[in-house]
Ligand binder design. Structure first.
Ligand code: HEC
Length: 140
């Protein structure tokens, strides 16, 4: 009887902790930067961005005459909206525009690393990461 009580209150305590911690965890940025050096995810995102996105969105996510500055876009768009746009692409053919964001939903080099690409762009957008190739810190 007493034993059951302990198990129940233990579970309740865990539940309470999860409830309290969730908003804190949800607010944590998706990147880690220490002394100007980035974690492996941001670094990987930087490389994937260079391979798949830079030809249109320009170096460092800063935009080009063809495609928008993603450091601005990420101030406005939610994480889900960004990922949805990457997966499905978008076409802006109205008003004499002929700009196309291709869908990457079937490109493994992109869809398998959506979190990393987002983390890199978010760090750039938050002003936490300067332009150029970031350095990676060792302990990850
Ligand atoms: C072939 C050129 C091209 C490539 C490659 C490309 N994009 Fe785009 N992207 C565009 C264009 C053009 C738009 C704007 C489309 C519009 O106005 O509807 C856009 C829009 C976006 C948006 C929405 C921006 C906003 O402000 O609404 C995001 C996010 C985005 N791209 C991310 C990426 C990422 C990440 C990659 C690499 C995985 C990538 N794009 C690769 C051309 C490209």
């Amino acid at each position: 009887m007493l034993f059951r009580f302990f198990i129940r209150s233990g579970l309740a305590a865990i539940g309470f902790f999860v409830l309290c911690a969730t908003p804190i965890l949800a607010d944590a940025p998706p990147y880690n930067i220490k002394d100007g050096k980035v974690d492996i995810h941001v670094y990987n995102g930087y490389r994937r961005y260079g391979d798949s996105c830079m030809r249109c969105h320009g170096p460092d996510g800063a935009g080009s005459s063809y495609a928008p500055d993603l450091t601005d876009s990420l101030k406005r768009l939610s994480e889900d909206q960004v990922k949805e746009t990457i997966i499905n692409g978008r076409q802006n053919l109205g008003n004499g525009q002929d700009k196309v964001m291709p869908p990457f939903g079937t490109v493994p080099d992109v869809v398998n690393y959506l979190d990393d690409i987002y983390a890199y762009l978010k760090a750039r957008s938050d002003g936490k990461l300067p332009r150029g190739r970031p350095e990676r810190y060792d302990d990850n």
